[in-house]
Design a protein around this ligand. Structure first.
Ligand code: SAJ
Length: 406
């Protein structure tokens, strides 16, 4: 039986995937409300195919509990935030989960850490937490790091099809865990050592962050001299060895806006390009705010409360708003002692900020300038409703003649 610890965005789909492929699974989370919701037959976030997967897993006998189980295999997928000041990974949730596992696990158990961690975290924090219980790693407890790679919005498909990395001290244990993931994963599964697995995961997200920062910097350069950044990127990408990502109003989510900071925190004098890239991305919500003021001026608009931000989530068609550019923008505005911007997001049903609407038409009715912060399908399908508005389109999806861009 596998005990999956942490039933969030990664742990839950992973637990469901295993259970729906014939593996005996108990999912554990210390949040009793979350466990109660799952036990009542409901999923805790929206994701394509998740409800169907949940039904399959229930048929497969999955159980949810707040208790850590006595078993031979654990998969830990708890959050790894970063410390805002040191930029280093904050491994407190991982360590707490490991300690709780150590309290119940028998000798011979394998503990798989799926949470993203910076290189060296397992050595620095996880090994000591295991050894503190008197266990000898490699003899009493086997340690594996198997970072996940799935993208919110396409999680179920990517769980099935993406290649994976497994880092283990002992090749045979690595192969054993590879077989567990191979119960559902159709991609290639590489077995390597733990430090390499830690580093590859962070590097993958850093690669994307740096590429997005490059696109954002190009957007600023092009804005300065009135060039069309989208046309330029489109043409450059026709070169067989160029693949520039898209500029946007900022980078959100719990991965690309977080993981690269781990390298800056650990290697401050070496990770220069990464540091600048992260600052560039983090500066985008302020860049959008400046564009808002410029466009208001140009159009004789003076009332900030008639400006609306479309989208609160961190990217299109998901309900996850962690580190979202819109929230970053609102925070920045507040720091400048100004508030009043209106917001709306079809995926966010509860009130998370002031002046939040829950109906597109009501929102549009109350604003003159619409800032498209997130390219949800909804707004693409309702573009005609923006024809009598001033529009700041941060994603180049609006073809209306009245649209401004980044
Ligand atoms: N973004 C841009 N321009 C782009 C692409 C994205 O501004 O061209 C923005 C998005 O709007 C969003 C942010 O970047 O705010 C991140 O979105 P994303 O869709 O690129 O990535 P995440 O954070 O949802 O998922 C990433 C993925 N990593 C990579 O593609 C290398 C995913 O595979 C990882 O599993 C995930 O991080 C993770 O958990 O680490």
């Amino acid at each position: 039986m596998i005990n999956v610890i942490g039933l969030g965005y990664i742990g839950l789909p992973t637990a469901l995937m295993l259970a729906s492929h014939g593996v005996e699974v108990v999912g554990t989370d210390y949040n009793s409300d979350l466990v109660a919701t799952l036990n009542a037959g409901k999923t805790t976030f929206k994701e394509d195919g998740l409800d169907e997967l949940f039904a399959d897993a229930v048929k497969g006998g999955i159980k949810f509990s707040t208790e850590y189980q006595v078993t031979d295999t654990y998969i830990v997928s708890v959050p790894t935030p970063y410390d805002k000041f040191s930029k280093k990974v904050d491994a407190c949730y991982v360590v707490a989960a490991i300690k709780s596992v150590m309290d119940v696990c028998p000798k011979g158990a394998t503990v798989v850490v799926e949470s993203t961690v910076s290189p060296g975290t397992i050595d620095k924090f996880v090994r000591p937490a295991i050894e503190a219980n008197g266990f000898v790693i490699g003899k009493d407890i086997h340690l594996v790091h198997a970072p996940e790679r799935i993208i919110p919005g396409n999680m179920v498909y990517e769980l099935l099809h993406n290649n994976r990395t497994i880092g283990a001290d002992d090749k045979a244990i690595g192969e054993k865990i590879k077989a567990v993931y191979a119960s559902f994963c159709q991609g290639e599964i590489v077995v390597t050592d733990i430090r390499t697995a830690e580093m590859t995961k962070v590097v993958e997200n850093t690669f994307r962050a740096v590429n997005i920062a490059f696109a954002n910097e190009l957007a600023k350069i092009c804005r300065h001299d009135n060039m069309d950044v989208y046309e330029i990127i489109k043409i450059c990408n026709m070169h067989p060895r160029v693949n520039i990502l898209q500029p946007g109003p900022g980078v959100g989510g719990h991965c690309i806006s977080v993981d690269p900071w781990f390298l800056v925190g650990d290697y401050p004098s070496l990770a220069k390009v990464i540091d600048e890239s992260m600052k560039t991305n983090d500066g985008m919500p302020d860049f959008v705010l400046n564009r808002i003021y410029e466009i208001m001026k140009e159009n004789g608009l003076t009332d900030i409360s008639r400006v609306g931000l479309y989208g609160l989530s961190y990217k299109e068609n998901v309900d996850d708003y962690r580190e979202s550019p819109t929230l970053q923008l609102l925070e920045s505005q507040e720091r400048h002692l100004a508030t009043g911007l209106k917001t709306y997001d079809p995926f966010i049903t509860k009130d998370i900020v002031e002046n939040q609407y829950h109906d597109l038409d009501a929102f549009l009715n109350d604003v003159d300038l619409v800032v498209v912060m997130v390219k949800h399908d909804e707004i693409k399908e309702n573009m005609n409703k923006l024809s009598n508005k001033v529009v700041l389109d941060c994603h180049n999806i609006c073809t209306l003649p009245n649209a401004y861009h980044l």
